[in-house]
Design a binder for this molecule. Structure first.
Ligand code: SF4
Length: 400
């Protein structure tokens, strides 16, 4: 069911905004979904449009939503702001500044907050990087995916390998040291040797954080169509397992901490924003399809640019909401916690329900015996062997 909430005009809300003093150490995050991309990548099922026509209206709508949603985080200090999408780097720097200023108007952004912009290499010209370095963005998340042109063509990415390398060097030159790149493995066009070369390029470029995702054939994507019609090979599970193994070995060799199944970082470069999701912290999502979480319920905005803009032009929020049950919250905790090096805490599990604790202890016994999990005091974690089988283990531990 969709909920439409009417509020006072934005101008009235702005005038009643009051920032309460910080009373707790708890922090929150803000996510902004920028739903525009130059090209549709064949594997992608995120919400975006390749038409840039309604960008100004979209920014206005997001500015309005920030004002309308000012109370959602209950004045918690904000430790991270994340521009995701879509492709936020297609925005003019002035639009990024406008959005940040509007957030600052309603929220207490911590002085050391992580402010990330997702960017694609073809947008990161030297001039654009220079402009971005003059904003409050202090971390770039660059969608590299591969340093080989044949993989990039297979994925239908908008950039080439030359641009991928140049943008990283140029970003470092203008002062962005806090960089993360996304890479994809399991691509049918990429051999294990080429995967090693991709990782070596990351090490040579001295990139402190890397997110590596396995290529997934998502429903209703061009890739799914190509696989079904035989135009593309399907993802090979054996190749995926081998490349994941190579990934973990190489990253460890070069001093990266495997702190979450898909994420590797040098010490001091763990992602604050993603960490907040994994730790169950509250966050506010702005923009079409963006999700928000306040500890008790989750809500997600309409995934349609025209409908989103229209609602906000009428000062209405357009979202769907789901109240989370104890079971939902336990299952989420298991799903996110066990993917990290911190694992899950029995005390927190007991706080959900004593029966859940019994269920968890019973189910995890077999994995402890098989060396797939370890117990350190109250903490349960997956071993590196267990991480290879994480999906199966996690679903067995769910409380159904
Ligand atoms: S740039 Fe990112 S969001 Fe856009 S189509 Fe490609 S993968 Fe999807």
């Amino acid at each position: 069911m969709w909920y439409y909430l009417s509020y006072f005009a934005t101008s009235i809300i702005k005038s009643i905004n009051v920032k309460l003093p910080k009373t707790a150490k708890e922090t929150a995050g803000i996510y902004l979904h920028i739903p525009f991309c130059k090209k549709a990548c064949h594997y992608c099922n995120f919400h975006f449009s390749t038409s840039m026509r309604h960008q100004p209206e979209m920014i206005d709508a997001m500015l309005t939503e920030i004002a309308l949603q000012q109370g959602y985080l209950e004045n918690l200090p904000v430790a991270s702001v994340y521009f995701g999408g879509g492709t936020p780097s297609v925005l003019e720097t002035s639009a990024i500044n406008q959005l940040l200023q509007r957030i600052e108007q309603f929220h207490d952004i911590l002085p050391d907050a992580e402010i990330t912009l997702e960017a694609n290499p073809d947008d990161l010209t030297t001039a654009k990087l220079q402009q971005l370095s003059e904003t409050k963005i202090n971390r770039l998340s660059i969608g590299i995916q591969s340093f080989f042109d044949k993989d990039l063509e297979f994925m239908n990415r908008a950039h080439n390998s030359e641009e991928a390398i140049a943008c990283i060097r140029n970003a470092q030159e203008v002062g962005f040291q806090n960089l993360t790149v996304d890479l994809i493995y399991g691509t049918p066009t990429m051999t294990n040797e080429e995967w090693r070369k991709n990782l070596q390029t990351v090490f040579d470029l001295n990139i402190p954080h890397v997110s590596c995702y396995c290529l997934t054939v998502e429903p209703k994507t061009a890739l799914e169509h190509f696989v079904k019609t035989g135009k593309s090979k399907d993802v090979n599970e054996e190749q995926v397992a081998e490349q994941f193994q190579i990934l973990v070995e190489e990253m460890t060799k070069y001093g990266y901490l495997h702190y979450e199944i898909s994420n590797f970082a040098k010490p001091d470069f763990f992602a604050v924003h993603n960490g907040n999701y994994w730790k169950g912290k509250k966050y506010l999502g702005i923009g079409p399809s963006a999700h928000s979480f306040n500890g008790q319920s989750r809500q997600w905005n309409v995934a349609n640019n025209a409908q989103y803009i229209k609602s906000l032009q009428e000062n209405k929020l357009h979202y769907e909401v789901e109240t989370l049950t104890t079971r939902d919250r336990y299952n989420e905790y298991i799903m996110t916690g066990l993917r990290t090096i911190w694992g899950v805490d029995l005390i927190k599990i007991e706080a959900f329900d004593i029966a859940v604790k019994t269920h968890f202890i019973d189910k995890s016994k077999q994995y402890l015996l098989q060396g797939l999990m370890i117990q350190e005091g109250n903490h349960y974690k997956l071993t590196s062997k267990g991480r290879l089988l994480s999906d199966g283990i996690i679903s067995e531990l769910f409380w159904i």
